[in-house]
Every structure is written in structure tokens, then in C-alpha cells.
Write a protein that binds this ligand. Structure first.
Ligand code: TYD
Length: 134
């Protein structure tokens, strides 16, 4: 069983000026894996439930680049809810953690950096199967 506390908030550098803010992520510096894929979700209804899966090997870093939402992390025994609303913070989700994203604000954009290319073989989308694997 994975330890939820190994899913850590990553503090992303922020260059703020009167022209606005700029944040930078560099693979070896701020993301704890080599980035193989970037994806983002948007146009999300506030009542949508996203996620609802765990990964076998893949690591992800999730950032609320716009708006806010809640991520519920679940290791099969304990749950922890994390609220993301700051584009200068990311959440590193390790493999073996079930995640659900919910309570999306209007206009929220979920940016995800992943350690691997998309392959459905790395997903567990059935919660009972997830419980069997831990
Ligand atoms: P899904 O993993 O269910 O999204 P979320 O976890 O945000 O709720 O993915 C939605 C659909 O998009 C599903 O049919 C798989 C597809 N998809 C890709 O084709 N490539 C990708 O990199 C991802 C993340 C999803």
C-alpha cells in the first residue's frame, strides 16, 4: 500500500511583475521525473467528476493553471483531499494512488505532466480491482 504523504505539493518558481506572473517548470529541477506527456482538461462542468483511476507505474504532476478544484487521494485505506487553486503549486501523484477530481470552479484548467506516454494498460479504472492490487 502506498503512503499518501509521498504525494507532495511542488512549489513552482513564480516571477511576478506589474506585467503579470510567469512560472517555469524544468524537468530535472522541479518535476521529479522525465516528462513524456503533457495534457490538460478544460470546459469542465462544476459538477463533473474526473479521474476515478489509479496508475500502475506512471507519475503525474497536476496543476490548477486556472481556477480551482479538489483532488481526493486514496491509497485504499486512507483518503486525503487537496485543494488546488494556485498556478505556482503542483501536486505530485505517485503510482498506486486512486485519485478523483471534483468541485471545479468556472473556467478551471487542469494541467498534467506525466512520466509516460498514454497507455490504457497503465490504468486501473475499477475501484474494486484497485483494492485487490494493494
Ligand atoms: P480520462 O483518463 O478518463 O480523463 P480524466 O482522468 O481527466 O477524467 O480520459 C478521458 C479520455 O481521453 C479517455 O477516452 C482516454 C483519453 N485520453 C487519451 O486519449 N490520451 C491521454 O493522454 C489521456 C490522459 C486520455
Amino acid at each position: 500500500m502506498k503512503d499518501i504523504s509521498h504525494c507532495k505539493i511542488i512549489h513552482i518558481k513564480r516571477e511576478a511583475s506589474d506585467k503579470g506572473s510567469l512560472s517555469v517548470l524544468e524537468s530535472e529541477e522541479s518535476i521529479p521525473f522525465d516528462i513524456k506527456r503533457i495534457y490538460y482538461t478544460y470546459d469542465i462542468p462544476s459538477n463533473a467528476l474526473r479521474g476515478g483511476h489509479s496508475h500502475i507505474k506512471q507519475h503525474e504532476v497536476v496543476i490548477a493553471v486556472s481556477g480551482s478544484f479538489e483532488i481526493v487521494l486514496d491509497n485504499g485505506k486512507e483518503k486525503e483531499s487537496i485543494f488546488l487553486n494556485n498556478p505556482a503549486k503542483g501536486l505530485h501523484i505517485i503510482p498506486g494512488i486512486w485519485r478523483e477530481l471534483r468541485n471545479f470552479s468556472t473556467g478551471s484548467v487542469v494541467l498534467v505532466f506525466a512520466s509516460d506516454v498514454y497507455t490504457e494498460d497503465d490504468y486501473i479504472r475499477n475501484y474494486n480491482k484497485f483494492l485487490e492490487t494493494i
